[in-house]
Design a protein around this ligand. Structure first.
Ligand code: 5GP
Length: 193
């Protein structure tokens, strides 16, 4: 997606060996206009897949997931990383190791929001080693829901996430794919959408 790639080139900041900082438009301050365009882009490409729910993981996935859900006309559900006292009903849960925070957390969604009639599109900001997406797929599987695919804003293709998801037979739709970081600059490879 050209608008996203242009923005990464302009405002993305390469941190160390393998982290891209995008806190000026995705992960902290959020460019609402760009998120709306991203939502429409995913929806245009995937509108014929019979998607009934969009699922993401708090926090950075929420903005693009909400815009995608709005464009598809379906609800958005975000998995929580901490259990709230108000979540007193049955939960779907899985364990996710965070690439950036280097801690394992239990993520959960109330089981009343997903069923075996749902076809889910998972949306996340980054795909690195695929642990976040795998955890979300496991939540969907527990509910008996099928997963139509994983939509990613920024895939770091030099990490193992895509391979892991392809081994699980889940299609990956990335708007920007990074082949490498060279001398602090981002080198892109051809994206899916
Ligand atoms: P994975 O679970 O695929 O290893 O990592 C995906 C998650 O880690 C994303 O939800 C994102 O929050 C975080 N993440 C992974 N790589 C990066 C990165 O390069 N930059 C930022 N800002 N977050 C990342």
């Amino acid at each position: 997606m050209k608008a996203l790639i242009d923005r990464i080139e302009k405002d993305g900041y390469v941190l160390g060996e393998n982290i891209l900082k995008v806190d000026t438009f995705v992960t902290h301050q959020v460019d609402a206009q760009l998120m709306e365009e991203i939502g429409q882009h995913f929806a245009n490409a995937l509108k014929n897949k019979g998607i009934t729910k969009v699922v993401t993981l708090e926090a950075a996935g929420i903005a693009p997931a909400l815009e995608t859900a709005k464009a598809l006309g379906v609800p958005m559900i975000f998995a929580r990383k901490t259990k709230s006292l108000t979540m007193n009903e049955e939960l779907l849960t899985s364990e996710v190791y965070s690439f950036t925070k280097q801690v394992t957390s239990t993520i959960s969604i109330s089981s009343k929001f997903l069923s075996n009639e749902d076809k889910v599109l998972i949306i996340d900001d980054f795909l690195a080693n695929g642990q976040a997406a795998k955890g979300l797929i496991e939540l969907c599987e527990q509910a008996g829901a099928s997963v139509a695919g994983v939509g990613i804003l920024i895939e770091k293709s030099f990490q193992d996430g895509r391979k892991l998801l392809e081994e699980m037979a889940v299609p990956v739709y990335s708007l920007a794919r990074i082949g490498a970081f060279v001398d602090g600059k981002v080198q892109f490879i051809e994206a899916d959408l």
